[in-house]
Design a protein around this ligand. Structure first.
Ligand code: C2O
Length: 578
């Protein structure tokens, strides 16, 4: 296995998009950032040189980080940020994963422009599908106008989001759908040759939305997701959740003309007056066309545009994700068939809290004394402030209510295994209507640093229950340090006795991000076999800031080969700490 070494210099640069010059934080002056290309089993070494004014961490989204939790890059969970004018070197192995992952900053909203693709190719050089002639990264992101750090702070203190991202980008280009007073922005252009096979590696790096993706005139065959193969299936529409990756094969077998590939954000259904359309498109053009091949076809004047689903269509994604199956025979399958050692039922929702923490009651819904938070089982996650959770744990800090010192008075609590009180989670009457949020049905919410501790090698089942307290569409729930099997999903409230029967224990897809359907649920299982502290959160950026997160801690196993080694010597110091 080889060593793949990179230096990431983080700086602020000016970029012009949406008719505006914006100061953005990027790696090596590029947006999106540099691609990291490796082969299964390689070691990756990335020297991060922080020349920006922000504290930075880089997370290797989906890399399992077996016994290398210190390199996971989750700000205040596994490390304190790399301070301005300092450096830190991430070292980890890509293990047995193959496919597409990505890296992104994991502090505040900086990942909006601090991100790039990770491509991991198979050691054998062989794919369980038609061998692609070329890899094509397709990174979807969102562009905004305001200072994202402020926007993020706004979220965590319950402010309003008054700066909707105004456009989507494909590979950093907003595309010609965004017309700024007569000036049309550039499209990303892909040249294809007739008959060749392209592996489109879709990454949804957007902060706020799931995307529908289509290519005019071409069928797409899904072959992988989250660096796991899936059983190939052919479709004309892809749904890619925030944080998710989807690998699709596209054969250039259409008449040699011009075609658009397009990405459109999937938004919740009305009523919501304020949601703009986020869409972007890129151009595919045929090159190397023999003259008699070309002569047989006449192309239209305009490139062909795919027919996109409605931006309020929340069903296509449920079908798309329901059609994903894994390849049979995964070595962990026997273990996840049972017994299950831990069952968690996690309700994802929105509630409100008093601005004054000491107050026990304050009126909800638009009262200036209360603000909105997002929660899991009625607890809104609060990141530690003075030291990272992993360090606190490694150095044996007590992490209970009585030790407030390292966490500025916010308690550390166990994630409850079920909501405090059952209610009809998916009742439409709970859907907030702009300006009139009805949360009376719910328990009050509190803030805590929530963790859940698992013994080494236990089998854990998590059922995520969406609730109507958010109008949001499918919540992309992401777990660090482990892949999980997605066993089932459904509409309405989960009912264990009924829904367990629908579990796919034969060939479930393995993922690191699961789309929990709007007003529905999803069930996953994983084996907690990687010691460390692993962030688990919704991949919508504002949901993290509002507290829809928790940390899964996995204890060391009985031998050294099952234990987390000590931290690297250059792990950033937590500056405010002691
Ligand atoms: Cu891509 Cu914790 O995230």
């Amino acid at each position: 296995a080889a060593v793949v070494e990179h230096t990431f210099v983080v700086t602020q640069v000016r970029m012009r998009h949406l008719c505006n010059d914006t100061l953005v934080t990027v790696v090596n002056g590029q947006f999106p950032g540099p691609a990291l290309e490796a082969t299964e089993g390689d070691t990756v070494v990335v020297h991060v040189v922080n020349e920006s004014p922000h504290g930075i961490t880089i997370h290797w989204h989906g890399v399992k980080q077996r016994l290398s939790c210190w390199a996971d890059g989750a700000g205040m969970v596994t490390q304190c940020p790399i301070q301005p004018n300092t450096t830190f070197t991430y070292r980890f192995e890509v293990g047995d994963q193959v496919g597409t992952l990505w890296w992104h900053a994991h502090v505040s909203s900086l990942r909006a422009t601090l991100h790039g693709i990770i491509i991991i190719r198979p050691k054998s050089g062989a794919y369980p599908f038609l061998k692609p002639d070329m890899d094509v990264p397709v990174i979807i992101s969102e562009w905004w106008q305001r200072d994202l750090i402020k926007v993020d702070k706004n979220f965590s203190t319950g402010g309003n989001f008054d700066d909707n991202p105004a456009a989507a980008a494909i590979n950093g280009k907003l595309g010609d759908l965004y017309n700024c007073s007569g000036i049309i922005e550039d499209n990303f252009v892909l040249d294809v040759e007739p008959g060749k096979t392209y592996l489109l590696r879709l990454v949804n790096a957007a902060l706020f939305s799931e995307y529908y993706f289509k290519v005019a005139g071409h069928k797409l065959t899904v072959v992988g997701s989250d660096a796991n193969y899936v059983r190939p299936y052919t479709t004309d529409v892809i749904a890619v959740g925030a944080g998710e990756t989807i690998d699709v094969l596209m054969v250039a077998d259409a008449p040699p003309c011009q075609y658009y590939m397009a990405a459109l954000a999937n938004q919740p259904p009305p009523p919501d007056p304020q949601i703009p359309v986020f869409a972007s498109r890129a151009l595919i053009q045929y090159t190397n066309i023999s003259s008699n091949h070309a002569a047989r076809h006449s192309c239209g004047k305009e490139p062909l545009m795919p027919d996109m689903p409605s931006q309020h269509d929340t069903i296509t994604t449920v079908y798309f994700h329901g059609n994903l199956t894994g390849l049979p025979g995964h070595p962990l399958l026997p273990q996840i068939r049972g017994p299950v050692h831990e069952h968690l039922y996690l309700a994802l929702g929105k509630g409100s809290m008093c601005t004054d923490r000491n107050k026990t009651s304050c009126k909800r819904g638009g009262n200036p004394e209360s603000f909105e938070v997002a929660y899991i089982n009625n607890v809104s996650f609060h990141l530690p402030e003075k030291t990272s959770l992993l360090e606190a744990r490694y150095y044996g800090r007590t992490m209970n209510n009585s030790d407030h010192n390292w966490n500025s008075g916010v308690p550390v609590e166990d994630l409850p295994s079920k909501p405090p009180r059952a209610f009809n989670y998916t009742d439409n009457a709970l859907i907030p209507v702009a300006g009139n949020v009805k949360l009376e049905e719910l328990e009050p919410t509190r803030k805590a640093t929530m963790t859940r501790r698992f013994r080494y090698n236990t089998t854990v089942e998590v059922v995520f229950q969406s609730t109507a307290t958010m109008q949001s569409d499918s919540n992309p729930m992401h777990l660090h340090g482990h892949d999980f099997f997605v066993l089932a999903h459904g509409h309405g409230n989960y009912d264990a006795r009924r829904d367990v029967k629908s579990y796919n224990l034969v060939d479930p897809p393995m993922k690191n991000t699961v789309q929990v359907p709007r007003l529905g649920w999803a069930a996953i299982r994983f084996v907690a076999d990687n010691p460390g502290a692993w962030f688990m959160h919704c991949h919508f950026e504002f949901h993290i800031a509002m507290g829809m997160a928790a940390v899964f801690e996995v204890e060391n196993g009985p031998t050294l080969e099952m234990s987390l080694p000590p931290p690297p010597l250059d792990l950033p110091k937590c500056t405010q700490h002691e």
